[in-house]
Every structure is written in C-alpha cells, then in structure tokens.
Design a protein around this ligand. Structure first.
Ligand SMILES: C[S@@+](CC[C@H](N)C(=O)[O-])C[C@H]1O[C@@H](n2cnc3c(N)ncnc32)[C@H](O)[C@@H]1O
Ligand SMILES: [Zn+2]
Ligand SMILES: [Zn+2]
Length: 254
C-alpha cells in the first residue's frame, strides 16, 4: 500500500482489497477490469486458456481467473466462448458484489468492457445488485467521428469520410490529408481504411477533440514514436523481470 497523504494506492487482487474495506465507504468506482479476451496475449486476460480443465494448468496459471477457479465450484472449463464467458461473468459478479458493498448508497460505478464480452460484464454487474443506468459504446463514438470526418463542405460527395489529419502525423498536408475512406490511396499503396486515433494515446479519453479519423499512413506515422517508446519500455521491463539491471537509466539509452 502507498499513501502520500492525498492518495492511497493498494496493490493487490481487487476482491481481496475491497473485502478489507468497510461497507459504504466509497464515493464512486471507475474501473477497467480484464475483458476475458486474452488481450495482447496477456495471462491476466485469458480465462479460456488459463482455465483449461487440467488441475496443473489451473494451478500453474497466474491469471485471476485461474487463481479463483476453485471458488466457482469446479465449473467445467472449456475453450468455447459460452463456457469461458460464463466463467468470466461469474468472476465479474464476484468483484461487482464487493464493489456494491463498499459503495455508498446512491454511488455510481463506471466499468469499461470489451466489445465481445461487455454483455457478460453488464449482466454480472446487474446480478450483483447494481441498477444499470447507461452504456457508452465505442462503435457509436467511432460512428460520430466518422460522420464528422464526412461533414459536407470539403468534398463533392459529403457522405464519404475523409482523413482528418492536418499534419498531426508529421507530414504537413494542410488543410487536410486527401485520403478518402474506401478509395485507392493517393499517398500509399492500397485502399484507404480510416481508423480513429486517440491523440493522447489514452484509449479511455474519448473526448471528440482527442479523436481523429485517420488513414493508415497518417495513423501509423502518428503512432510510431509512441509504439517505439512502448517497445523500449517492454524490453526494459523484460530485462528487469529476467533479473538484469541496466547500466544507464532508461532515459539515457534512447
Ligand atoms: C483492461 S486492463 C486495464 C488497463 C488500464 N486501464 C490501462 O490503460 O493500462 C485490466 C487490468 O486489471 C488487472 N487485473 C487483473 N485481475 C485483477 C484483479 N483480480 N485485481 C486487480 N487488478 C486485476 C490487470 O493486471 C490489468 O492491468
Ligand atoms: Zn491521412
Ligand atoms: Zn497526416
């Protein structure tokens, strides 16, 4: 536990940490729990894999799902999505129940979910006793940005979204990049596919000002420095995990 006087940070399994907290002591909860998709190959997000029906693989795996496996009455784990989905849902209900207990009456919780498993998350939260109030979904946020990218006034055909990059990616193509969604690209090989970039690289920040519909060329250029930095940090962490230390501080090795 870290306590700097303003903020207290607990490191641990959220269910255990919440269990040690008094009931009705929390004003609000904002959380981004695992989505149960094996996201980026991460063990903590791989209920299907970690929970295969052999006791050894369950005991060996480090994910929260496998650690809690025994607590779900020896459910028969499998690799089909319904089975892992039910397992994921049971795990969500466990932490959501604790969350409701520590939340003050009338308090709200905001929980992030993945597009393929949010239904399990939502049912689990409801089964834990919460009232579901609203749902903000990425497809609708994305649709709004694509509609903005297709605003009339800058093309003959206003319904086709156009790359919104004005130079954020490092190439000055003011007033705006000339790539149109679904058309053969002008500035690179292939067909243009617009995707929505988070300018601050924070997926949770879906403020429209932070989002830009971008073609592959602009999006890749924009993300390249961030990706290089993530690779450097991951490599550094892998060295630390392997018990090695660096001779110079990471910021000096760039
Ligand atoms: C979807 S990720 C959150 C990503 C985060 N919002 C970010 O932008 O980096 C889910 C996180 O929950 C953590 N986690 C998994 N099981 C947990 C548990 N039982 N208690 C607390 N944290 C857990 C994982 O280690 C992972 O970092
Ligand atoms: Zn572009
Ligand atoms: Zn650009």
């Amino acid at each position: 536990m870290l306590d700097d006087g303003d903020v207290v940070l607990h490191l641990g399994d959220c269910v255990e940490v919440m269990a040690a907290m008094p009931a009705a002591s929390v004003d609000a909860i904002v959380c981004d729990p695992p989505y149960g998709l094996g996201f980026m190959g991460k063990e903590w997000d791989r209920p299907g894999q970690a929970a295969r029906p052999t006791t050894t693989s369950v005991a060996k795996a480090e994910s929260p799902f496998s650690r809690k496996a025994a607590e779900y009455g020896g459910a028969s784990y499998g690799t089909d999505s319904a089975t892992t989905g039910r397992f994921f849902q049971a795990w969500c209900e466990t932490w959501a129940t604790e969350a409701l207990r520590v939340l003050k009456p009338g308090g709200h919780m905001l929980a992030f979910g993945g597009t393929r498993t949010f239904h399990r998350l939502t049912c689990a939260i409801e089964d834990a006793g919460f009232e579901i109030r609203d749902c903000l979904s990425w497809p609708s946020i994305r649709a709004a940005i694509m509609a903005r990218a297709a605003l009339p006034g800058d093309a003959d055909d206003p319904v086709i979204p156009r790359c919104e990059c004005t130079g954020e990616g490092g190439v000055d193509h003011r007033p705006r990049c000339r790539e149109w969604h679904g058309f053969t690209a002008d500035t690179f090989r292939g067909v243009v596919v617009l995707t929505v970039a988070h300018l601050d690289h924070t997926p949770e920040n879906c403020d429209p000002d932070n989002l830009r519909a971008m073609c592959q060329g602009c999006h890749n250029r924009y993300d390249a420095p961030h990706r290089a930095e993530s690779r450097r940090r991951n490599a550094e962490q892998a060295r630390i995990d392997a018990g090695q230390t660096t001779l110079t501080p990471p910021e000096d090795t760039r």
